[in-house]
Design a protein around this ligand. Structure first.
Ligand code: S3P
Length: 432
C-alpha cells in the first residue's frame, strides 16, 4: 500500500465488530444449549479461525451478511475433530479454546501460523495443568502445537503474573468444567468481556478489584449448562483507534465514528487522548451488554504524556497507534510497564521502534516500553508491517501525516481484524 500526506479527513464511519467479543460469542454459543444469534460479528480472519475450529467439532454455524447463528450443543456437546484445529494467527482462539478443550472427553491438537506458534503458551499450560488438565507443548518449547487430552479438572486459585484476559479466560472456561470454584487474580484488571458474557449465558461468575492494590479477581463456579443468547457486538475500539488518531492528527478533520464499544477495561486510549489534549465528544451513550457511544473526533494539538501502571492492560493493543500519536505530539511521551508488547503478533517494541525510526522519529526502546520525543515532522518511508495487522494500520495513519510517500509492505494482514480498513480510510479523504 502506498500512502501520501492527507489534506483533511471528513465523514461518518462505523468500524467492524469487536474482535474479543466476536470470538467469545461464537465460543460460548457453541457450548451453550440452543441457538445464539450474533449481530455485528467481525468477519476478520481471526474470528473466522474460531468459527472454523468449532465447525470441526460438530457445531453448525451459519454466517450470513446479517448475523451469525451458532447452533450450540451444550457444555458437553462438542465432538472430536478429525484432525488438528488450525487457529491461524489468533492468540485468543488458541488460549480460550484451550480452556474449553481441557474439559472435553476427547483429545485435540491446536496449531497456528508461524507467528502464533512462536507466542508463549506456558502462561496457559501452567494454570490449566494445575487444574489437572493434560496439556502439552508438542515441541516442548511452551508454544503451540498444543495437545490437550481428557482429564478431570479441579478449581484452583491462580495468581497470574500478567494481566492477560486470554490467560484469565482460559482458566475461567476450564473452571466451568472443574470440580470446585476457580479463582483467577491478576495484577491489574484486563478486559472483562468473558466475565460479562459468561454471566449473560447463565454462568455463576463474579469479579472484584481491590481498591488498594488494583489486583483483580474473577471467580467462576462449575456449571451444568449455559443457555443461548442474543449478542450485539459493538464496534471495536481497537479498530476505531486508527480513525481517532487520524482525525486528531490530520489538519482540518472531523470524523464521527458510530457505535464504538467503550467498556472501561478497553477504553484506555480515550483516557490517553484526553491526557494529550484531544478534542473527542461522546454522543448517544448507551449500554446493551457492553457500553457504546458515537465518538466525534476533531483535529487537535496533542502533547506528550506518561502512560504506565494499571491503564496499560486497557490499551495494550492500541500502543502502536498511541506511539504514532506521540510522535506527532509536542514533547516527550513515556510508555512503561508494557513488556507484554513483546509477545503480541510481533515484538511490538521492536516493530514500532523500527518503523518510527525509519520515519525519522526520535524513539528509544526500553525493556518494558519506549520513550518518544515528538513534534518533528515525519518522513515518508518504506515500512514493513512484519505481517502484524496493528502495525500495518498504525503506520498507515502515520503515513497520512508524513512528508512524501510511505509504502506499507505486507499490508494484507489488516484482514486479521479489519478487512475493509483501506476502503474506510479512502472514504474519509478530502482532496482539495
Ligand atoms: C485479548 C486479550 C489481549 C489482547 C488480544 C485480545 C482477548 O491479549 O492483546 O488482542 O480477546 O482476550 P492478552 O490476554 O495476551 O493480554
Amino acid at each position: 500500500m502506498k500512502l501520501e500526506k492527507a489534506k483533511a479527513l471528513n465523514g461518518e464511519i462505523t468500524v467492524p465488530g469487536d474482535k474479543s467479543i466476536s470470538h467469545r460469542a461464537v465460543m460460548f454459543g457453541a457450548i451453550a444449549k440452543g441457538t445464539t444469534e450474533i449481530s455485528g460479528f467481525l468477519n476478520g480472519a481471526d474470528c473466522l479461525s474460531t468459527i472454523r475450529c468449532f465447525r470441526k467439532m460438530g457445531i453448525e454455524i451459519e454466517n450470513t451478511d446479517d448475523h451469525v447463528l451458532v447452533h450450540g450443543k451444550g457444555l458437553h456437546g462438542l465432538s472430536a475433530p478429525l484432525d488438528t484445529l488450525d487457529t491461524g494467527n489468533s492468540g485468543t482462539t488458541t488460549r480460550l479454546l484451550s480452556g474449553i478443550l481441557a474439559g472435553q472427553n476427547f483429545s485435540t491438537v491446536l496449531s497456528g501460523d508461524a507467528s502464533l506458534n512462536s507466542r508463549p503458551m506456558g502462561r496457559i499450560i501452567k494454570p490449566l495443568s494445575a487444574m489437572g488438565a493434560d496439556i502439552k507443548s508438542l515441541n516442548s518449547n511452551d508454544c503451540a502445537p498444543l495437545q490437550i487430552s481428557p482429564s478431570t479438572l479441579h478449581g484452583i486459585h491462580y495468581q497470574s503474573p500478567v494481566a492477560s484476559a486470554q490467560v484469565k479466560s482460559a482458566c475461567l472456561l476450564a473452571g466451568l468444567y472443574a470440580q470446585g470454584e476457580t479463582w483467577v487474580t491478576e495484577p491489574a484488571l484486563s478486559r472483562n468481556h468473558t466475565e460479562l458474557m459468561l454471566k449473560q449465558f447463565g454462568a455463576s461468575i463474579t469479579s472484584t478489584v481491590s481498591p488498594d492494590t488494583k489486583h483483580a479477581t474473577a471467580k467462576v463456579m462449575p456449571c451444568k449448562e449455559l443457555y443461548a443468547q442474543k449478542i450485539l457486538v459493538p464496534g471495536d475500539i481497537s479498530s476505531a483507534a486508527y480513525f481517532i488518531a487520524a482525525g486528531l492528527l490530520v489538519p482540518d478533520s472531523e470524523i464521527l465514528i458510530k457505535n464504538v464499544g467503550i467498556n472501561p477495561t478497553r477504553a484506555g486510549i480515550l483516557k490517553v487522548c484526553q491526557m494529550m489534549g484531544a478534542d473527542i465528544t461522546y454522543l448517544n451513550q448507551s449500554t446493551y451488554g457492553e457500553p457504546v457511544a458515537d465518538l466525534l473526533v476533531k483535529t487537535s494539538v496533542l502533547s506528550g504524556t506518561t502512560i504506565e501502571g494499571d491503564i496499560i492492560p486497557t490499551l495494550i493493543d492500541e500502543i502502536p497507534i498511541i506511539a504514532v500519536m506521540a510522535a506527532c505530539a509536542q514533547g516527550t511521551t513515556v510508555i512503561k510497564n508494557a513488556a507484554e508488547l513483546k509477545v503480541k503478533e510481533t515484538d511490538r517494541i521492536f516493530t514500532i521502534t523500527e518503523n518510527l525510526m525509519n520515519m525519522g522519529v526520535d524513539i528509544t526502546p526500553t525493556a518494558d516500553g519506549m520513550i518518544i520525543k515528538g513534534g518533528s515532522p515525519l518522513k515518508g518511508a518504506t515500512l514493513n508491517s512484519y505481517m502484524d495487522h496493528r502495525i500495518a494500520m498504525a503506520f498507515s495513519i502515520a503515513a497520512l501525516t508524513a512528508q512524501g510517500t510511505t509504502t506499507i509492505e505486507n499490508d494484507s494482514c489488516v484482514d486479521v481484524s479489519y478487512p475493509s480498513f483501506y476502503e474506510t480510510l479512502d472514504s474519509l479523504m478530502i482532496f482539495h
